[in-house]
Design a protein around this ligand. Structure first.
Ligand code: 13P
Length: 259
């Protein structure tokens, strides 16, 4: 069975609700739905209602994601949002373990395991981000780092819930304006480690989990990543923040993709 091409952007702390809604409508008008493709956008929490309302009204199949989530369904967690709250809005997926959450907000692997389990138990898709820091890369422990992050995040997850999982490999050193873009030669071996770590834990069904690449992706380099055997799509930041950039990067990645 072929794995679909999965493409989208994380807006980080950018966009008002009106800006997200306009972006979403314009992207939906430019990208024709296909059965072998899933597109997504991950705007700030405060945009989710406006965008999910549009998706329902116009029957737009683009997945809408949140950038984080707490593991408890409700409770005394000021400033936090739960799977229950996200699902009530019609949100499709949650991004967990983004490098900025891990690095700037000190999210650890055991905490992410609780979040992954809570999202799956609620029936929410998870886009789990993993990736080594520049220092870990320098010491030659990229593969071990990513395998450890995956094993802990997926600890005690039942195999029946695996269909809700996608993984994004985002080397921390490649992200953002200060990042150095990775090369396909950097990405290919780690994508293979991700695939085999999940398959070792879950068996053959683990091989169907989509693996995305993210970090300084743009229309010029997108195809070099999606052409890799173990890469099934992209998690884009800056290049996806304009409608033209989103569409151009989507198309470049799709043109080179083969499952
Ligand atoms: P950039 O594409 O801006 O490097 O960001 C990648 C990212 O962090 C997406 O989540």
């Amino acid at each position: 069975m072929g794995r679909p091409y999965i493409f989208g952007t994380n807006f980080k702390m950018n966009q008002t609700p009106a800006e997200s809604a306009a972006f979403f409508e314009q992207v939906a008008a430019r990208i024709a739905p296909r059965s072998d493709v899933h597109c997504y956008i991950i705007p700030p929490y405060t945009s989710l209602q406006a965008v999910t309302e549009l998706a329902r009204r116009d029957n737009i199949p683009i997945w809408i994601g949140a950038q984080n989530m707490h593991w408890a369904p409700e409770g005394a967690y000021t400033g936090e949002i739960s799977a229950r709250i996200l699902l009530a809005l019609g949100v499709d997926l949650v991004l967990l373990g983004h490098a900025e959450r891990r690095g700037l907000f000190h999210e650890g692997d055991p905490e992410l395991n609780r979040k992954v389990q809570a999202a799956f138990a609620a029936g929410l898709r998870v886009l789990l981000a993993v990736g080594e820091t520049g220092e870990e890369r320098q010491y030659g422990v990229s593969a071990e780092t990513v395998a450890r992050q995956l094993k802990i995040a997926l600890y005690d997850v039942p195999v029946e819930q695996l269909a809700l999982l996608s993984v994004a490999y985002e080397p921390v050193w490649s992200i953002g304006a200060g990042g150095t873009p990775a090369s396909p030669d950097d990405v290919a071996p780690i994508a293979t480690v991700i695939r085999s770590t999940i398959a070792d834990r879950f068996g053959d069904v683990g091989r169907q989990v989509p693996v995305l690449y993210g970090g300084s992706v743009n229309p010029s380099n997108a195809g070099s990543f999606t052409a890799l055997e173990d890469i099934d799509g992209l998690l884009v930041g800056r290049s996806g923040w304009t409608v033209d950039g989103y569409v151009a990067t989507y198309e470049a990645g799709l043109a080179a993709y083969s499952d």
